[in-house]
Design a protein around this ligand. Structure first.
Ligand SMILES: C[S@@+](CC[C@H](N)C(=O)[O-])C[C@H]1O[C@@H](n2cnc3c(N)ncnc32)[C@H](O)[C@@H]1O
Length: 242
């Protein structure tokens, strides 16, 4: 009888720890747990298969971001965390007479992007290794910055530094388009968050975030905020102006 009571207690403890996670009653948002060096290594490895995820889970939000960006030919455009170039390809096509720069910390992802861009007959782009924490351009250079699915890899405590860099290199009146995995409670995101806690590397280090208030705290005006679901995973799309 004593043994049964102990087992019941242990079971109760297990349920009370796991249930809040499964039911979304876990109050604290998940923080990112990979270092930038780990992120770089993970994406060097994932670069070979990334497009499968990028197309089946993220393409709707990425396409909407391009619509919202309203690219005008001749602009100066920066894509931060350009990845395999899924968005950058579309940017360069719309901006043949402008300046197009794509940066990323993963050489593996960049080499996929270079291969994709070589299919275009344009040469007006620059793809290079650089970090969002230190963008190698002077103040007020760009009309538009696009950044998709990167802040979901960045620890909360480091997001401000990157947003300061974005506002520094953006011209007055320039646009920022951000896309991230959204921190929303859907049945799949609850399972996703559990898996993230077991192995963030398995999920490319990405967890859901909410960026609107932080963007506004950097003096940018959010003119549009949308959420889109694809394969049951939510993405947030933010258009802000400096
Ligand atoms: C989930 S992938 C998204 C790639 C691309 N933006 C897309 O939507 O297909 C995240 C990318 O962010 C890059 N990344 C992570 N931290 C970065 C940083 N500090 N500066 C630049 N790129 C970074 C990774 O190397 C990786 O290519």
């Amino acid at each position: 009888m004593i043994l049964l009571n102990r087992e019941l207690m242990a079971f109760k403890q297990l349920v009370t720890r796991i249930l809040p996670l499964v039911c979304g009653r876990e109050m604290k948002p998940l923080d990112a747990s990979l270092t930038q060096e780990e992120v770089r290594k993970v994406y060097d490895r994932l670069s070979k298969i990334y497009d499968l995820w990028g197309i089946f889970v993220e393409s709707r939000a990425r396409n909407r971001a391009i619509e919202l960006a309203k690219i005008k030919n001749g602009e100066k455009i920066l894509e931060v965390a350009v990845g395999t170039g899924l968005t950058f390809y579309k940017i360069v096509k719309r901006n043949p007479d402008g300046m197009n720069v794509g940066i990323d910390i993963s050489e593996g992802m960049l080499s996929k992007a270079r291969k994709r861009l070589s299919k275009l007959n344009f040469a007006n782009y620059d793809l290079r290794v650089a970090s969002a924490f230190s963008i190698p351009y002077p103040d007020e250079t760009f009309d538009l910055i696009i950044n998709t699915y990167m802040f979901d890899l960045i620890p909360f405590g480091e997001m401000d530094r990157i947003l300061s860099e974005f506002t520094r290199v953006l011209k007055k009146g320039g646009r920022l388009v951000l896309v991230n995995m959204a921190d929303q409670k859907t049945p799949l995101t609850k399972i996703y968050n559990l898996l993230y806690q077991l192995s963030p590397k398995m999920l490319g280090g990405c967890r859901g975030v909410k960026m609107k208030e932080l963007v506004e705290s950097h003096g940018l005006s959010v003119v549009s905020y949308e959420c889109i679901q694809q394969m049951l995973l939510p993405s947030e799309i933010i258009l802000a102006v400096k």
